[in-house]
Design a protein around this ligand. Structure first.
Ligand code: G3P
Ligand code: MG
Length: 245
């Protein structure tokens, strides 16, 4: 049986989707401005163990930093410009800490899907740290953050560190034959799939087993409607200006 689900159908992917630099406070504000009630963002650890937002292992694509993020302390990471690469008007936008984004989400009633995105070799450490911090940051809040990851070891560590927080398993490339066993082992609430792997039958089977189905990354309004018709519980989208709440 499906448990109650506090999250809306639409999650703004990486904060502001294609309208703002990804994984920044400006991105979260863009989601709010477009009427979104939930965001997805990526969290990893600095060298000194602080949780912060970044998608890639390296800094070049989305900031003016260089090299592996895991080799730098949070003090140095916090001085980087994570906005100029996207557009001049975002110059000076910082690489945010997880704690600062959590505070923003809580203050603006924005629900969160926290994707645990460990740097290679730090899977369990990152899952443990992010889940522990998430539990503390959202303590007493009616809708907890939904944790997810492609990294199985990170999810197991998150489960052990904060069993009370909901968890989703992220999949890509191929549909796992053992999805039911995996979701049970994780005590998960949801399966987060590349939307191209989904069929109406697969969505129905996962939901019949008691798990929600979320789909990434859906930027076409007709496809979003089709997935909803199939029973998909939520989508991640970059097209905040096209797919409207
Ligand atoms: O969590 C959904 C989606 O964000 C997963 O892919 O690469 O955009 O983090 P990616
Ligand atoms: Mg992500």
């Amino acid at each position: 049986m499906l448990q109650p689900w506090p999250y809306p159908y639409l999650f703004a992917h990486r904060g502001g989707g294609r309208l703002a630099p990804e994984n920044t406070l400006a991105g979260m504000a863009t989601a709010v401005q477009h009427g979104y009630g939930a965001v997805e963002f990526d969290v990893k650890l600095s060298r000194d163990g602080v949780s912060f937002l970044l998608h890639d292992d390296t800094l070049e694509r989305t900031s003016n930093g260089q090299g592996l993020a895991a080799t730098q302390d949070i003090a140095a990471l916090s001085r980087l410009d994570a906005g100029s690469w996207f557009a001049p008007r975002f110059a000076g936008e910082p690489l945010p800490t997880f704690a600062s984004i959590a505070a923003y989400c809580r203050a603006h009633r924005l629900l969160a899907n926290v994707e645990i995105k460990p740097c290679p070799g730090r899977e369990a450490e990152t899952g443990q740290a992010v889940a522990t911090l998430a539990a503390a940051l959202w303590q007493g809040h009616p809708a907890p953050p939904l944790l997810s990851s492609f990294a199985w070891e990170a999810l197991l560590a998150a489960r052990d560190a904060a069993p009370q927080l909901p968890r989703g398993w992220l999949i890509e490339e191929q549909w796992p034959q053992d999805w039911a066993q995996r979701l049970a082992a994780l005590q998960a609430v949801s399966l987060h799939s590349d939307h191209l792997l989904l069929t109406a039958e697969r969505v129905a089977a996962v939901r019949a087993a008691g798990y929600r189905v979320l789909a990434y990354t859906v930027n076409d309004a007709a496809r979003a409607a089709e997935l909803r018709q199939w029973g998909v519980d939520g989508i991640f989208t970059d097209a905040l200006d096209v797919i409207r709440p």
